[in-house]
Each structure stands twice: as C-alpha cells, then as structure tokens.
Design a protein around this ligand. Structure first.
Ligand code: GDP
Length: 386
C-alpha cells in the first residue's frame, strides 16, 4: 500500500516553509485580512505543562517501570515526561520509548479521537477551550494535542507557542500538549500519534487533535483520528480554507465558527452554501451525512450541539463497525508510512547519495540525464536498487 502523504525531500527548497517568522504574516493569510486573522505568533512561551513541571533542578531519571506506573496512574508530570521521551531523537530514548509504548499498547484505544482543522484565526483554540472545559466539567478527561510541522522551521510555531487555552490548561482533568517539533510532517505526526496512545493509556477518554489547515496537515491528521472536523469562518474565501482542495471531502463535520453578533447572518449564508456542497459529496464515512453546523466559540452557542453531533457520529460508526475498521486501516497505513520514512531517511542520509545528489539533480534539470536513469543510479549507489 503506498503512503498517502509523501514527504518533501530534504533538498526541496520549499520544505516545511509554512511559517515565515514573526515579522512576516504566514503565507496563507491574505494581505488585506481583517481581525479574524489575528493569529498571534510568539516565541519563547513555555507550554503550561513545562512551566508547571519543569524546573531548574536536574530531575531524577525515570525507569521503564516508573514511566509505565506513572502513565497508568494518570500522573500528568510523568505523562508529560513520557511524551518528551517519545519526542526525543536520541537513540537511547527512542529505544526506551518504544519499549514503553509496547507495554502501554494494551491499554490504548479507549478514547474518542477527534481532529480539528481550520486556517489560523478560524477560532480553533478558542473553540477547544470552550468545548474542552465543558467536557471536563461533565466528567470527561480531555487531552489536546497539536500537529504543526511549521513549529520546527523557525523555532516559533503557529499553534504550539500561542498563549492559548489558559482556562482549560488549568483544569485538573485536562492535558494540553503543544506540537512536537520534528522536522518533517511525517516526523511530527509520528510523535503526535504516539503521544495520543500514551494519553489513552493515562486514562484520557477524549483526544482533541488540532492542526493548521495548510494542505497536507489535514490529510495527515485525518489518518490518525476517528472523527475529523473542519472549522470554517464566513468570508475567508473558499480557496484559502481548502474548500476547493478537497478538505471538505475528508470532513465528518463542518463547523462554521463565529456565528455570533453581526457575523451571524453571514455565517448562516455560509452554512446554507456548505450544506449544498456537502449534499453532492461522497460522505467521508459510509452512511454518515456530514452536517454543517453553526457555532460560536466566544458565546458558546452551538457548542453543545456540535458535540452531540460528534457523539452521534461515534454511535453511527460503532454500530456499523466503521470505527474498528478505520483504526485498523490507519494502523496499517501508519506502518507503511513509517517504513517509507525510514527508507527515505536511509536513502537521503547515505554518503553516496549525499555526495552525488546535487550534481545529479543539476544534470536532470539541464536535460543531460533522464530522471529515470538518475533515480536508478542514486538508488544503486545507496544500495537500494539492483
Ligand atoms: P485559531 O488560530 O484557529 O486557534 O484561532 P483563535 O482561537 O486564536 O481565534 C482567533 C481570533 O478569533 C481571536 O481573536 C478570537 O477571540 C476570535 N474568535 C474565536 N472564536 C470566535 C467566535 O466564535 N466568535 C468571534 N466573534 N470571535 C471568535
């Protein structure tokens, strides 16, 4: 089975350039954008959990048993450290992390995994704060994870470093983790997927996985969640919100946020348009007609109905056996994605490829060497081909 989301090559000049730092607006924000795009990108803000549990003093090393027992007991400090372990690229950490994951695996799978995407400024964090707080108050344990590959490009991220969800982050039944900075989207996604499993083993029953809608991110997050919803805002333009790029086809739920005040009529018009579009689309989940719902993360209007719809979706999937099936397919796809990624990395890191890639690229660009022959030559020199 081929990987559904090829990763950019390390020599790709556009590799990961989603975010342009502090002084320049991200390239998905229109030049003349209004207040709805007031995404704050700030550097140097520590995630709440690190503030709470980090510290100057050197911490005691945890053994495998410590990690396992702490996670299973729902200890948030150990959970945070287990995720840090998973995110580490050091070989010794990776080995310990994989052993831990294997031990935790029988205790995973118990959460509703919900993905939320939308352009910066759509209101995702405000919405998650509102929804997450309500869910925690109703007795749920909510973990919020972010998948944002741009965080590794310039050191500042769009999702991870924003000062966000302050109320929810203080709730004892909530756990919020910013995006790992892993380089490629594949690297970030692997870490988030494993973090998701650890959160499940720690007893979280609701996982909210947030991503910035900039293209491949949505497809990747879709492949790790049960229910995927797209958050739109009226007036931001179809092109920009990925509506024309097939993102809506992936959605189990479409939410038009900011349906409040003077904006409500525009949101209602957008909802009517969206309903017409959805009516003609093949549903992302068999037998489930993707609804378009109105919400306001600020007033809280519609948030309960949106969650009821998510619950309805899960009931539908459980009854039809789709949930289990989707997770099985996702796990196998993930396996292939991991193999693909390992092969890529072995290929591009092999000394022969590193030495030859540049001039072979040049020869191909100049029309002096056919691409097929070039690929064969590189694969052979990396000992990948015949
Ligand atoms: P994100 O980038 O998608 O996480 O968006 P934020 O949650 O940071 O919200 C961006 C801006 O929109 C902030 O100024 C929010 O206060 C505002 N906002 C978010 N949700 C709503 C809403 O439902 N109604 C209104 N009027 N403003 C909202």
């Amino acid at each position: 089975m081929p990987s559904s989301h090829p990763l950019p090559s390390p020599s790709d000049p556009h590799h990961g350039h989603h975010c342009h730092g502090l002084d320049v607006r991200p390239d998905w924000v229109p030049e003349n954008a209004g207040a709805e795009f007031t995404t704050r990108v700030s550097q140097g803000v520590q995630p709440a959990i690190a503030v709470r549990h980090g510290g100057g003093a050197k911490r005691r090393q945890l053994s495998l048993d410590d990690y396992f027992a702490g996670v299973r007991a729902g200890d948030l400090s150990v959970l945070a450290r287990a995720i840090t372990l998973i995110e580490s690229n050091a070989p010794a950490h990776q080995e310990l992390a994989q052993t831990l994951l294997t031990r935790l695996l029988p205790h995973t799978g118990g959460a509703m995994r919900v993905g939320i995407t939308g352009i910066p400024g759509a209101g995702k964090s405000t919405f998650i704060e509102c929804l997450g707080t309500r869910l925690c108050e109703s007795g749920k344990k909510v973990a919020v994870l972010a998948v944002d590959p741009s965080s590794s490009v310039h050191g500042g991220s769009v999702l991870g470093d924003k000062v966000r969800m302050e109320k929810l982050s203080r709730h004892p039944r909530a756990f919020i983790r910013p995006s790992p900075s892993g380089g490629s989207l594949g690297g970030v996604a692997r870490k988030s997927r494993e973090a998701m499993l650890v959160c499940e083993a720690a007893g979280f029953d609701t996982l909210l996985i947030e991503t910035v809608g900039v293209g491949q991110n949505e497809v990747t997050v879709r492949s790790m969640v049960d229910c995927f919803f797209v958050m739109l805002i009226a007036g931001a333009g179809d092109e920009m919100q990925g509506i024309k790029k097939g993102i809506i086809e992936l959605a189990d739920l479409v939410v038009i946020n900011k349906a409040d005040g003077e904006n409500r009529p525009r949101a209602m018009a957008a909802q009517a348009d969206m309903k017409r579009v959805l009516h003609y689309l093949h549903p992302a989940t068999p037998g489930w007609e993707t609804p378009a719902l109105l919400g306001s993360a600020v007033t809280g209007d519609g948030v309960d109905d949106i969650w009821k719809s998510v619950e309805g979706f899960f009931a539908h999937c459980r009854a039809g056996g789709f949930l289990r099936e989707r997770r099985q397919v996702q796990a196998v796809e993930w396996l292939h994605a991991l193999v693909n990624e390992a092969l890529r990395s072995r290929f591009y890191n092999s000394p022969a490829v590193k030495a030859d890639l540049h001039h072979i690229e040049f020869a191909v660009a100049e029309g002096k060497l056919p691409a097929v022959a070039a690929a064969q030559q590189l694969l052979a020199s990396a000992n990948f081909g015949d």
